[in-house]
Design a protein around this ligand. Structure first.
Ligand code: CA
Length: 423
């Protein structure tokens, strides 16, 4: 049976509302207080399957590599390439099936290999080599353009031709749960004559998906659609924290710099690209037609639901502030990667691409505070008299994402970050 078959069942009970059924099998890096060595595991229901235990027991083998999972990141595994990713996923799926005895009936190995998820700590899943952030939602780019430049110049003339992006910082990509310190920077409100240096007053999140690149490309070489797709190892939730007031002053003419460099959070589980196959959909029609090197033969978007919750220090329960879908993206991840390499730019194992903020056509589908509060003009009502235009100290922001199957869902877990006061 194919690992994506909706009929597959594991010997481990998995609730239909769980993010981690046997059809998902996302990879993460974890440790426990009793066994502090970092290692690679796969989430299944309320457990993590310790792949180092399976490798040590000889249940998973690689032709020319050892200790692939006894690592502090997924990079060594990713470097083995898409055929190995596929084969390994098939094997893990088989070992977890309800009708397959190898692991199911080996109680001693099960005790070592299946660790309750509530007893683990999750680490950064990848060693990020480079981080590039795109700007590929037409709805988001239009909303931001209207606020920054007015309605007539909302979408820049290049936007419909190029997947716009910039090279961000890999050094400050952190895993879910890492606190985010309010940045300081140069601010120049429209009413001020000169800039000042101080804490950001318009701190924001950006709801994005992260694309994890699992294969390198050579400097000087372009990629085809097929090559680009095979280089994508998987997807993660990504919060591209943004300082809007710093951004507004610094972004001309080279784009964002410090406004985006102080922190980017990702979820700890990397969902394999293959697990998303059943949820592929066509993206929006592209008009004008992209140049030939950017044209896609295949549907490259995903029907992937997204939700954002905000909880202030005084709130008992988080409030939902956004519900949207990854399928709205104008430029696909494959197009972004093809474009990224098109000049001859080399890609590395462990590169991370941010999709760009994901906003939909409805007001409730906007993927940033900037858009949700329309630049602060329409503060969000979080209930009990709590309002927010931008993020305040102590606020906790959580993003979730999932693809809904028939009776199961392929989920991403969550990415959370809480704002700490400026230094
Ligand atoms: Ca962004």
């Amino acid at each position: 049976m194919h690992p994506n078959d909706p009929k597959l069942r594991s010997f481990i009970e998995v609730d239909s509302s769980s993010d981690f059924p046997i059809q998902n099998l996302p990879y993460g890096v974890f440790f426990t207080p009793e066994q502090p060595d970092l290692r690679v595991g796969v989430a299944i229901g309320d457990f993590v399957l310790d792949l180092t235990a399976l490798e040590a027991a000889g249940l998973i083998r690689f032709d020319n590599a050892n200790a692939v999972f006894a690592q502090s990141s997924l990079n060594a595994f990713m470097a083995l390439g898409p055929k190995v990713w596929s084969k390994t996923r098939v094997r893990i799926s088989e070992l977890l099936r309800h009708d397959h005895p190898e692991l199911r009936d080996n109680m001693e190995l099960r005790r070592r290999a299946l660790v309750p998820r509530k007893s683990i700590d999750l680490h950064m899943p990848i060693a990020v080599q480079g981080f590039t952030d795109f700007y590929s939602s037409k709805e988001h780019a239009t909303n931001v353009g209207i606020m920054f430049r007015g309605k007539d110049n909302a979408l820049m003339p290049n936007w419909l031709s190029i997947p716009i992006g910039y090279n961000g910082r890999a050094s400050t990509v952190v895993v879910s749960g890492t606190p985010i310190r309010r940045p300081r920077g140069q601010l120049k409100p429209p009413t001020a004559d000169v800039p000042m240096f101080g804490p950001c007053k318009r701190l924001d999140f950006e709801l994005e998906m992260g694309v994890v690149i699992g294969q390198a490309s050579a400097m000087g070489e372009m990629l085809t659609e097929q090559q680009a797709e095979e280089m994508i190892f998987g997807f993660t939730l990504l919060n591209d924290w943004s300082a809007r007031d710093i951004q507004a002053w610094e972004y001309v003419p080279l784009g964002p710099f410090q406004a985006k460099a102080f922190g980017t959070s990702i979820s700890p589980w990397i969902v394999p690209r293959e697990a998303l196959e059943p949820f592929r959909v066509k993206g929006p029609a592209q008009d004008p037609a992209p140049l030939p090197y950017l044209q896609q033969k295949h549907a490259q978007n995903y029907d992937l639901q997204l939700a954002v919750d905000l909880k202030t220090e005084t709130m008992k329960q988080a409030a939902g502030i956004c519900r949207t879908n990854f399928k709205y993206m104008y430029w696909s991840s494959v197009q972004q990667l093809v474009h990224h390499a098109s000049s001859g730019c080399a890609m590395n194992v462990g590169d991370l691409l941010g999709s760009g903020t994901i906003s939909g056509p409805e007001k409730s589908e906007r993927g940033s505070m900037l858009e949700l509060s329309w630049g602060g003009a329409e503060p969000l009502d979080l209930g009990n008299g709590v309002q927010r235009s931008f993020l305040e100290d102590g606020d906790s922001l959580t993003m979730r994402g999932w693809c809904q199957g028939n009776g199961y869902r392929v989920g991403f877990g969550e990415v959370e970050g809480t704002i700490q006061p400026a230094a």
